[in-house]
Design a protein around this ligand. Structure first.
Ligand SMILES: Nc1ncnc2c1ncn2[C@@H]1O[C@H](COP(=O)(O)OP(=O)(O)OP(=O)(O)O)[C@@H](O)[C@H]1O
Ligand SMILES: O=c1ccn([C@@H]2O[C@H](COP(=O)(O)O)[C@@H](O)[C@H]2O)c(=O)[nH]1
Length: 240
């Protein structure tokens, strides 16, 4: 009997912060994070090298009211710090499930997490450790989607997997427009010119220029991550 092998060797998984909330209004839902980590553990045990970029929407949007009128860059640093909290929670949940996780931050907070150093991240991945990239790109005016594109390119990932609450890219935001229909696949240029809000244009443009495909899929759907890694047609593929 032949055992099916994963179609991918190294992936960059972008986890939406909001997906960590589960059905809560903000913050981290424990059962949700544990379930996500189980799915990550499953593909890691299949031999896939996994790096994660975590968003911050679940924490940052809860405090965003307080940032109204604030200097934009300062508010963005608050957002990046929110991703550090999520990264710590995620790595803790991974360690509890027998994975070895390493958090690397784009902003120096040395007493808390190690700084992002590319060769070190590559070494961890080769060793089978899960690397969780925190603090986005480390720069204001960007997003964690752009950080996913950037780190994905830096580590030589074969695919950026955008795990979110919706199950792909739609003609319009499906949470606002129930008549929106899902694309099976589309090009980066189509995504950019149609102004599809699932990811920002900077992230799309970076992946397009690096010919790094993105697959958008639902992290709420059980087994979806494994299906993507096995090369099955899950969610939406965005390609150059
Ligand atoms: N054309 C579209 N197709 C699919 N989803 C869309 C589209 N336009 C907007 N969206 C919305 O984009 C959201 C995806 O963003 P996501 O939850 O990943 O946020 P994020 O900003 O990347 O993460 P975070 O929560 O960490 O800030 C979906 O929940 C969906 O409602
Ligand atoms: O490179 C980055 C990444 C993020 N930010 C700020 O953090 C929040 C949360 O990130 P999400 O991508 O929305 O999850 C974002 O709104 C920015 O304010 C950043 O400045 N630079």
């Amino acid at each position: 009997m032949t055992i099916a092998q994963p179609a991918l060797k190294r992936i960059l998984l972008k986890l939406s912060g909001e997906a960590l909330m589960g059905d809560d209004q903000f913050g981290i839902n424990r059962a949700t994070i544990v379930r996500m980590v189980e799915e990550i553990a499953e593909v890691t045990r299949m031999g896939v090298q996994v790096a994660v970029v975590i968003g911050g929407g679940n924490i940052f949007r809860g405090v965003a009211g307080g940032s109204v009128g604030m200097d934009r860059a300062t508010a963005d640093y608050m957002g990046m710090l929110a991703t550090v909290m999520n990264a710590l929670a995620l790595a803790d949940a991974m360690d509890k499930q027998g994975l070895t996780a390493r958090v690397m931050s784009a902003i120096a907070i040395e007493q808390v997490v190690e700084p992002y150093v590319r060769p070190k991240a590559l070494q961890y991945l080769e060793e089978g450790k899960v690397v969780v990239f925190a603090a986005g790109t480390g720069n204001p005016f960007f997003t964690t989607d752009t950080a996913a594109a950037l780190r994905g390119a830096e580590i030589g990932a074969e695919l950026v997997l955008k795990a979110t609450k919706v199950d792909g890219v739609y003609t319009a935001d499906p949470q606002k427009d129930p008549s929106a229909t899902r694309y099976a696949k589309l090009t980066f240029d189509e995504a950019i010119t149609r102004n599809l809000g699932i990811m920002d244009a900077t992230a799309f443009a970076l992946c397009r220029d690096q010919r790094l495909p993105i697959r958008v899929f639902s992290i709420v759907k059980s087994g979806a991550l494994k299906r993507v890694v096995m090369g099955e047609d899950e969610g939406t593929l965005v390609y150059a």
